[in-house]
Ligand binder design. Sequence first.
Ligand SMILES: [Zn+2]
Length: 711
Amino acid sequence: MTVDVRFGPIRASPSSAPSRRHSSMRACAVAPTHTSARIAARRHRSAALPRRSFAPPSGRAFPRALHASASSSPDAPGAMVAPFVDHSSQSNYPAVKVTHADFDVSVDFERKEITGAIVLRAEVGDAPADELVLDTRDLAIASCAVDDAAVAFEVQSEPHPVMGAALAVKLGRSYPAGATLSVRIEYSTSPSSSAVQWLRPEQTAGGSHPYLFTQCQAIHARALYPCQDTPAAKLTYAAKVTVPDPLTALMSAIPTASESIPGTSRTTFAFEQKVPIPPYLLALAVGNLESRAIGPRSAVWSEPETVEAGAFEFSETEDFLTAAERVAGPYVWGRYDLLLLPPSFPYGGMENPCLTFVTPTLLAGDRSQAHVVAHEIAHSWSGNLVTNLTWEHFWLNEGFTVFIERKIMHQLYGKSVFDFNAIGGLMELKETVDRLGATHPHTVLMPTLEGGVDPDDVFSKVPYEKGFAFLVYLEHMASGRSDADADAANGTEAFAAFLKAHFERSKFGCVTSEGFRASYAEAFPEANEKVDWDTWLTAPGMPPVDVGAYYDGTSAALSGDLARKWHLCDVLGVGTPDRPPGAAKSDVEGFDSTRVDHFLLSLLEYRGGTHPLSLAVVKSLEELYGLGAYKNSEIRCKWLQLRLGAGDATALEEAADMVKSQGRMKYLRPLYRALRLYKDGGRAFAEKTFEEARRMYHPIAEKMVASDLGL
Ligand SMILES: [Zn+2]
């Protein structure tokens, strides 16, 4: 998904020296925040919980088959085949493997339930099996049948607080290794499912029809349907979804038919996904939707009110797809459509196959946030086609995706844009590491999730930007050049071929960090000798190598230097003088929104949240540059953060408006943090605003903001 890697402007770093090397980044050790302390506490609590905290009614413990069998899917030539362990699933994959699901469900907006049946096709692993263990959370299970005969089943009596309730389907007899079976389960979701957001008509753009959308990454698929909710358990699916007229259902699949049900005001939509996907990529949206074609294999879907704006904003989609195919190989999914969601969608985008979900906060009117679409397109290879085996290897999804995203932008707009974005990403990584603390376990590229740690709690820019930095480093080493300023971002043919081969070799399967390491060692044995894999993968903090040295900061210097001038004029936050010498409206003439965004990012980076700008300086910035007039949500969010830090009382209501009008976590979390820190009554204001707005948020966003606010 998009944690929101930016097409931001930038200079190598807003350092005090005119260097383009990132080694000059201001060292800014910040004590762990309340949030990180809380996450650490939660982790500790979770770790103390037994993995299986329930005793089935029979009194017999569930067998721990999950850890007993070897993985079928490690990726690399010569990789050690370790026993498969996913600390985020209680299913018994791969003792039994679900390979396909057929859904027949209907959507009830009154009861806020999705109800129906799922038929799972499954294959017994290497040893005989007499049960199939699935993950569920808040699902009501009505019945189970195996090969058309009703069977007993058990739902974990004390659900795990993170992993939910395991469902053990008794197969009725022992099935031999390699046998196939069909398991039918009648079930219903809960109105409070963590995977589904139900919107009342007034929460939509049109205001007259209800809406629902799902979000299953990382471990919420189990709250939508019974499944082996580990990325390793890839499956194909087909679905029939019945919804009230005049609503349309869409899924992460190819639509195959739609049929009105005679005598009712309901319609059934049918879908097929023939490419195996990890369970978290199953997605459903239902609403008053229409589409506009934007390319030979693409359309934008949204409510009628926003469909034209979406078609304009995402008109470059086919160019991105073509560039991505040059980088990563053929696109295997057929369609690439976009669904523009209502404002409460918690992410920038979610790479649901065939149908990327995107936030309407991308509608900047100038295509300045189209890079988010490049990111989601890149996931068609990294994440969707080749998937992290477990969430501990999440950087293989996101670091690779940022790498391909920036390669796409490089192909279309040149190396200066690649460098500009890479520098911005490194600044954002530094902000994250400073905020969490340089020894915080969540700054490790390959964190451990053992003991029931919720992957949502570990989620940050680290897998994105530290992962990206690692790939840039590996590419640089593979080039064989030793000078620090080598043009790594232009890539080498050998590394480009390696990347394509990586996707071709592992397509439809999963990858691990160890497997990727073995592939790299095989392809680039000499370079590999010099790579300190252990530090990169397991040490906390910023990357062990200053990859900022590989980027040319010239393009970012303009906006970065301007930020530095303002920083220096008010370095103590006293506002005397209130502007740098010679500051004028013309400073930002010719700045597009990405460059304005970079200017603000650089100012935030200089201040690190510890030395706010003075109110006088903030007023001068507004007077000269008119920053409040920008509609681009990146700019709005950063400008509000700066104003709140300066104690600008007029920013309080504006920030409240922004967190009440959309639910994207990228904006909610820093704005709520800034509101909470506001010098005068900020905490109470933040909590009051959250109470007023929380019903609009997606459950994941609501939980994360509550955690940030210490609630
Ligand atoms: Zn992503």
